[in-house]
Design a protein around this ligand. Sequence first.
Ligand SMILES: Nc1nc2c(ncn2[C@@H]2O[C@H](COP(=O)(O)OP(=O)(O)OP(=O)(O)O)[C@@H](O)[C@H]2O)c(=O)[nH]1
Ligand SMILES: [Mg+2]
Length: 479
Amino acid sequence: MALGLTAGVYADSKPVQVEPEDVVEGKEKESSPPDDLEDEVDDQKKRHLNAVFIGHVDAGKSTIGGQILFLSGQVDDRTIQKYEKEAKEKSRESWYMAYIMDTNEEERAKGKTVEVGRAHFETETTRFTILDAPGHKSYVPNMISGASQADIGVLVISARKGEFETGYERGGQTREHVQLAKTLGVTKLLVVVNKMDEPTVKWSKERFDEIESKMITFLKSSGYNVKKNVQFLPISGLMGTNMKTRMGRSVCPWWDGPCLFEALDAIEVPTRDPKGPFRMPIIDKFKDMGTVVMGKVESGSIREGDNLMIMPNKVQVKVLAIFCDEDKVRRAGPGENLRVRVSGIEEEDILAGFVLCSVAKPIPAVSEFDAHLQILELLDNGNFCAGYKAVLHIHAVVEECEIVELIQQIDPKTRKPMKKKPLFVKKGALVVCRVQVNNMICIEKFSDFAQLGRFTLRTEGKTVAVGKVTNLHAATDGV
Ligand SMILES: Nc1nc2c(ncn2[C@@H]2O[C@H](COP(=O)(O)OP(=O)(O)OP(=O)(O)O)[C@@H](O)[C@H]2O)c(=O)[nH]1
Ligand SMILES: [Mg+2]
């Protein structure tokens, strides 16, 4: 059920200290119908949403994910009993629910998610894909990969005495995850105040209000439109309270809002263009009666028999089969998480970050691009200048990069370019610069395609900058 999907694990991440203000949403490009696609493209009637669970380590993300699967009837009592036994043997009694999502040995032994877990469940109106991100600071790159595939974020916060505080402090992943999620295009957040059953909380309204008011201030400063796009609700993931059904007054006399499933059901689906050029960044690949690639469709539609291309290596492939969740489907539209079996390419010729795309309108592949960068934090408060090296994270791409030129500095107050060309800038600066990578990568301009044109730069476990692609160079656009 849960399927690990991301690659590298980096050590020792540090906090992001400056709030990204990089909040402008790009419009997703309208273009002519691709690949002789007609009319209706989705076999599924229910709408589909990808929800990433984020938040500080031990906040209860995997427990909530596991509980959701249990409540939606996907895990039976016998399995739960088995996990209870296994958790007890590892002296992790209370972790049995998390074991539903945390499937590998290391995760179970340490009680920490490492790779993004994946699961599916359905409510009345919606099919959900849950992406259960790790909270530990060492695994922030995996969290980035999970969040970059999400439509909405479920920010899990522990109400337990001391736990909210550690997550919220500078250095806590509540902050870092919120800032990264915003940068990665997760504009809607459901803030789940968890562990309300815990003896230090006992469904206290004061505690809930305290967390809500502190978080509202912080979310606003991170660029979230709190009134429109953020909703809070109290739950207990471990007990399953206020999740599938509303809780009674005897449990919590002061809450008359929705339960988790209702809140998830009420979230609006982002508008997507099924007729845009096909784009599916590849997050994983394997051999299974041929070559299978896995990813989320960011634009356009796909159906069996289609001829598509894998970029940047420009190999034409044929779509043999499409799997959506556990089911084989004939076609699928944007927003779907798919496994696609293709012919015409060997599995070892594909890397995570490659893109399955339309032949007529392939995604550009470049080794150099210009970008608007906001510098969040620098090691030892140093300078950011030409020659600076970092790891670039853009959709499923993780690649070493170098800043080759600082082109212009932007005045943060007027948002206008400053006259003098900068030699270096400091933390907090806005700067236009040229970025180079060693290998060809497939990206888009942010203004054309926000989800494939926004990125983060990290080094030594810190997120040093967030950015938007403004111009593509050395284009090998097309075939
Ligand atoms: N009392 C109580 N404990 C909870 C609740 N939810 C989670 N926990 C406990 O919190 C601990 C951590 O839970 P996890 O679900 O592994 O937390 P996580 O957020 O997935 O942690 P990482 O994957 O390491 O980031 C476990 O001991 C859970 O039993 C809750 O609602 N109430
Ligand atoms: Mg977890």
